[in-house]
Design a protein around this ligand. Sequence first.
Ligand SMILES: [Zn+2]
Ligand SMILES: [Zn+2]
Length: 366
Amino acid sequence: MQITAAVARQKFDPFTIEQVELTDPRPDELLVRIAASGMCQTDQHGRDGYFNMPLPAVFGHEGAGVVEAVGKSVTEFVPGDHVVMSFPWCGTCANCRRHMESHCQRHRELKMSGTRPDGTTLMSQGGAPIYSAFFQQSSFATHVIANERFTVKVRKDAPLELLGPFACSGQTGAGAVLNSMQPKPGDAFAVFGVGAVGLSGLMAAKIAGCDPIIAVDIHAKRLALARELGATHTIDHTGRADVVAEIRKLTGEGVRFSLETSAQPTVFREAVEALMPAGTCVLLGSARKGTEATFEMPFLQFGRVVRGVIQGESHPQELIPKLVDFLMQGRMPVDRMMTFYPLADINRAAQESNDGTTIKPVLRMP
Ligand SMILES: [Zn+2]
Ligand SMILES: [Zn+2]
């Protein structure tokens, strides 16, 4: 069928809105009409060649929509279901066999080859391939083919256009707190960087009962929002070198949990130094290859833990419906960080995300 999609033709060039041909779903696949898709830095990084995904390509990996057709062996979905598409995993590697799907050892090829796992392409134009299947979805399009395994059914009374970002930034931040940290009420928590991932972690920390909840950032506007969403204290990092001292002043010994989302080595170091004994720092910020960070070895004695987490160590079919429930209960008001754009304005969305005007751009499909 003919669909409309935002196509990346050249590294660093603007996306162009084009008509492309989408193939039919296979027996285990769904045809989904996208209502809206969140936009992450990862999409622009993909276009700009960070992951060597071939171009021309369609990106987007935070899609939410309505099932229009199902392949003949699909049993869990019917047309009309509301769905969010999550990240893919292989199901057979050593980590997948331990149900650590977010740490799938084939995650990169499944997310960024531009094809189905067997190498076939889903989109084309005049017979020439348009690479897609980004995170096995490519949601910057009116319609996508999605595999039922990575698709999550969500309640129909939830506003669909708010749900796509739960697939990546939402479960990355909230999952890091709820799955990886598992804080107890009263645990001190600090988040470094309150973009979409950091704010999702912050809201989850509030749901878990953390106190105090300290937000650190360089944008006054984001810190104000962090306070509205549950931060008990905010620290504007701009021009100050005593952020760790400030956190110690607020907490005594430091925080039980810190969440690093900035991908800046000096900030990562602060997130580690802000820990109390036996505290845990979770690194979410994705730094470029070759970036190094330092901290003092003695500091890791006394049980301090530093670890990286991806996709919130989520089991999407469990976590995403839970996050949608939090949204509907008013406990995770993700709409507060979103700005909506029509798909045709995707380049403005990218620009306003890069310059910090927008925390989480969401593209509405025509
Ligand atoms: Zn795997
Ligand atoms: Zn993402």
